[in-house]
Write a protein that binds this ligand. Sequence first.
Ligand code: NAP
Length: 354
Amino acid sequence: MTIDKSKPVMVSGATGYVAGWLVKKLLEEGFTVHAAVRNPDKKEKTQHLDRIASESSGSIKYFKADLMQDGSYAEAMKDCELVFHTASPFISNVDDPQKQLIDPALNGTKNVLEQANQTPSVKRVVLTSSCAAIYTDASECANLPGGQLTEEVWNTTSSLSYQPYYYSKTVAEKEAWKIVSAQDRWDLITINPSFVLGPFLNPGATTSESFNILKQMGDGTFKSGAPKLGVGVVDVRDLADIHFNAGFTPNAEGRHIASGHNTNFYEMAMILNEKFGQDYPLPKKAAPKWLVWLLGPMLDKTLTRRFVSNNVNHEWKADNSKSIQSLNANYRPLQETMHDAFQVLVDSGALDKK
Ligand code: NAP
């Protein structure tokens, strides 16, 4: 599918952490970005995008749209050949997972993709899915061929009551593949990132769980030790390039794991210690699994005993070769990602020195 680069490109959830870097890339490449956002008048949510636009050859136009309001993406999508659908809540501490996670993820995907059906100009939709649509617990890796996650694998273990964010991403991506298969005017590419880190473009107003988790590492929450909790990490800047290439690589198809590094929270904390350990109460050692199992649920309600059992001291591994071969993914060193992300937290005053 070849995209006419003179046409506007829509980005849902343009105020988000991941979307911000994609919008930046599009603006720098001279595109007209149709930014579909919940609150176009909230300057604190869009100021960074306005600044970037003013320094770029591209331009940005805001459109008011909500995942829960059917038809609300019509204006933003008009005349676009390419649509990036990134909007979806990434939050862990929820009281009502159905309302706060599943409904916006699933109805939002239906809403945006049904709008693609109604918009004759649309040729391609790039959906920001997640590795969460592939797995729930790091322990699952060991049972897979080669001990690693691939694009063939689907998450079958999350539910409304266990890791509902993972469930929201799974049902949303499944729905997307169902909707695209019912027509043949536009195609669908999914990007399935692991845990995203790297600099925050708007640290004062970010809602992404990526920010909260990194902050917890630096604010002393895990001072007594970081769990060896297996995860993958991808840099937000590399992820923006992967999304961009997914839009403009004519023969791209299917799902793409976007993950630069197989790692764990202890290893990530040790990398931060190299540069910031003197000044901030970073974890200095690995927390024993039994201790995390025992105290985790009291520290953070998302650290349930089942989650700790299935993720701490389990190796996380994913095959990122398709993203490299098909979308020219280029993954920078983990050290650069960790240091640059933490530096933004420091500069923004989000952390107190020890
Ligand atoms: P984020 O900064 O919180 O971005 C979420 C975006 O979704 C925001 O722009 C938010 O708009 C929008 N949104 C939420 N509910 C909405 C609604 N009802 N109507 C319209 N927009 C709504 O989080 P992020 O980390 O960038 O996540 C962006 C995407 O990447 C999500 O699809 C997430 O699942 C995916 N992802 C993230 C990671 C990660 O580690 N960060 C990993 C894998 C996949 P407001 O600004 O108005 O709140």
